[in-house]
Design a protein around this ligand. Structure first.
Ligand code: GLA
Length: 682
């Protein structure tokens, strides 16, 4: 990581890139010139080309047709638009699966996943790989020196539809991956706990992917976790070819940090790419914009604080919800600028011109069916002008917050497996709940990959940090010993990297640090609640927490006021605790709090972290910082008067008086003004 788009020779001024996926193969040639003219009108600076072009580039195994793409790249270049050129491998052409049906993935029931949609290939298929790499090589050789080429775009949303492949190829590759991880079968048998249910393996060839087993049973949990790790690892092959042939061209691929997409451990991918890129679509719901902020925040921290590329989002409606609504006026810019606030230096959409045919003809675009005389195109053009005015922001890194929420894909996978104390547990919901509590408190927080290091943070929340090996546990202890404040929730520290329960009492690896011990979980029935003596309620989970270290303070106890008749009576038992450790502390939350705000308020005060916004704005406005700039995001559906900030000046003509619903404004840092004054010293 750490590189940025290769710029056209001579273009040195930093800028915020603006653009979209551009699929010219869907349109007759005559339209291309109009596309470039309208792109210029809209302020487009970059287009992602060729994502789904394989069948047009290679119409038959021995036939290549790249002339049209030469023309498109030249046209874009002449129009001053840079190209993010896809390797075009995302959707194999019909001749390939016709000739080689053995590239088609297989689902957990052993059924072939048929072509007709897209991404119908086995990531581990040597046949697919051979054809794909031949295409990649051809693209790299032909276009590596093209002046429009700004970056390589590997495939598209790797793993979106094919991460869990159970084909014979996947099985072979899984065994190789396991052999590499464990070295020998004894180690694998130990890690997988195969003494259980007579699962001992005597030969590598006996190992399968975790296909669907009989009703009421469930494949080995460590096998499941390793299969998820393997699936995430198996998706990358094209980068090496590009690096070898065009070392000076940066490489990216679009992540899907959004919603409930969980298949890929992106924290383990970032070393292989030069630019972190993400696709984000808004999922309807009362907290949709906070979810956007959460995903953008995590993406920015996957990028290590460096600028990243918002590769796709939508100008208006998508086409894959049950009901697809247009975005309200102002949301197009509000959504884009919220990503920018969290570090995006490129703001791109799916797609440039709305398709008239194919599966996505009802998905919005920069240039909609209605044409250039439309509210969407006017909003796009307006945003293009705004982004041009925000050029000074380009290159500015995220300013780290004092607090962090740890994010861990293996914990997501393992905590939501079946055969756990409650299948109602939702990993992301717990992390997101804390994120919203920070936002409500007006305190900035970073969502950071759990292995990224805790240096600089003063308060760290570990929501359901379920998988916790000894090294990471030691890092958390060192953080607390160094004066840091840790907050861990229920079901954290429970299993090690092999998904083995840490014996001796829960919360396993964190037991000593937290100074508490739990012998049995007490999950709650769906909808049932427990009442705590500080007036808060919890649901989903409860625990009879015993205090082990006498120094542990009880911040809240369970009362007898629960609504689950089957749950144990925990009246009087500690529910939320805090163990002081030197100047630091380790707190434990043993239930899912309905409202985390009161507890977070106490923890923030004890940690000495104050909001950076005047009180009237806390909760209503999200503050995000990039070096030299502050972004204010209206989180709600009503306008927010920014008067409490006093005299402010914004960039690019963005609002200074009243922030419209979900609107965003960008201010330059002014030392000593209302925002900086109200922030506690670091
Ligand atoms: C994904 C894909 C795009 C398009 C959009 C539609 O992000 O990468 O090709 O299908 O979804 O929302």
């Amino acid at each position: 990581m750490s590189r940025w788009l290769r710029r056209t020779p001579g273009a040195t001024r930093p800028r915020i890139e603006f653009g979209a996926d551009y699929n010219p193969e869907q349109w007759p040639r005559e339209v291309w010139a109009e596309d470039v003219a309208l792109m210029r009108e809209a302020g487009v600076t970059v287009a992602t080309v060729g994502v789904f072009s394989w069948a047009r580039l290679q119409p038959a195994p021995e036939r290549w047709d790249l002339g049209w793409l030469d023309e498109v790249l030249d046209l874009l270049h002449d129009g001053g638009i840079a190209v993010d050129l896809a390797t075009a491998t995302a959707s194999p052409p019909p001749w390939l699966h016709h000739l080689h049906p053995e590239i088609l993935p297989v689902d957990a029931d052993g059924r072939t996943v048929w072509p007709g949609g897209r991404q119908h290939y086995r990531p581990t298929s040597p046949v697919f790989r051979r054809y794909a790499l031949e295409l990649v090589e051809r693209m790299a050789r032909r276009y590596g020196g093209h002046p429009a080429l700004a970056a390589w775009h590997v495939s598209n949303e790797l793993g979106c539809h094919n991460v869990a492949d159970h084909s014979p190829d996947a099985e072979r590759a899984f065994r190789d991956w396991l052999a590499h991880r464990y070295g020998d079968l004894d180690a694998l048998n130990r890690a997988w706990g195969t003494s259980f249910w007579s699962q001992h393996y005597g030969d590598w060839s006996e190992i399968r992917t975790p296909r669907r087993v009989g009703p009421g049973t469930f494949p080995n949990p460590t096998q499941q976790l390793d299969f998820a790790r393997f699936g995430s690892d198996a998706l990358r092959a094209e980068t090496a070819v590009l690096r070898e042939l065009t070392p000076d061209v940066p490489v990216t691929t679009n992540f899907m940090v959004m919603g409930e997409t969980s298949g890929m451990d992106y924290a383990s991918w970032t070393d292989e790419i030069d630019i972190v890129a993400n696709d984000h679509y808004v999922f309807p719901g009362p907290h949709a914009r906070d979810e956007l902020s959460f995903s953008a925040n995590l993406t920015g921290n996957l990028a290590g604080g460096a600028p990243w590329w918002l590769m796709e989002h939508s100008t208006s409606a998508v086409n894959w919800q049950p009901v697809n609504r247009a975005k309200r006026p102002g949301r197009l810019a509000g959504d884009s600028l919220t990503h920018l606030a969290h570090g995006a230096d490129a703001v791109c959409y799916f797609q440039w011109r709305q398709s008239v045919a194919g599966a996505e003809k009802f998905h919005s675009a920069m240039l909609p069916h209605a044409g250039a005389d439309s509210a969407v195109f006017r909003a796009v053009t307006g945003l293009g002008a705004t982004l041009a005015g925000l050029a000074p922001v380009a290159g500015a890194r995220r300013v780290p917050a004092r607090a962090a929420i740890l994010w861990d894909w293996p914990s997501w996978w393992a905590a939501e497996q079946p055969f756990t104390p409650s299948t109602e547990l939702r990993y992301k919901a717990e992390a997101f709940g804390w994120y919203r509590a920070f936002a409500d408190a007006g305190v900035r927080v970073d969502v950071v990959p759990a292995g990224a290091g805790l240096a600089g943070y003063e308060l760290v929340v570990a929501p359901v940090l379920h998988v916790l090996g000894p090294e990471r546990a030691a890092e958390l202890s060192a953080f607390v010993d160094g004066g840091g404040h840790l907050v861990a929730t229920y079901f954290s520290g429970i299993v090690d990297d092999d998904a083995h329960a840490v014996p001796g009492g829960y919360p396993g690896a964190l037991r000593d640090l937290l100074g508490v011990r739990v012998e049995e979980f007490a999950p709650l029935d769906p909808g049932a609640t427990v009442l705590l003596d500080d007036g808060s309620t919890g649901d989903l989970w409860s625990e009879p927490v015993q205090l082990v270290d006498p120094a542990v303070e009880v911040l809240a106890r369970y009362t007898g006021g629960g609504t689950d008749p089957g749950a144990p009576d925990l009246a009087g038992s500690p529910a939320v605790t805090r163990r002081p450790v030197g100047t630091g502390s380790a707190s434990y939350v043993s239930t899912r709090l309905a409202d985390r705000a009161p507890l977070l308020g106490r923890l923030l005060r004890r940690a000495g972290i104050a909001p950076e916004l005047p009180g009237e704005l806390c909760g209503r406005v999200e503050l995000v910082r990039r070096e030299g700039f502050r972004f204010l995001v209206n989180r709600g559906d009503t306008p927010v008067d920014l008067a409490p900030l006093g005299e402010i000046g914004s960039l690019a003509g963005l609002p200074t008086g009243v922030l419209p619903p979900h609107g965003v404004t960008v201010l330059t840092d002014v030392p000593g003004d209302a925002v900086t004054r109200s922030s506690a010293p670091r």
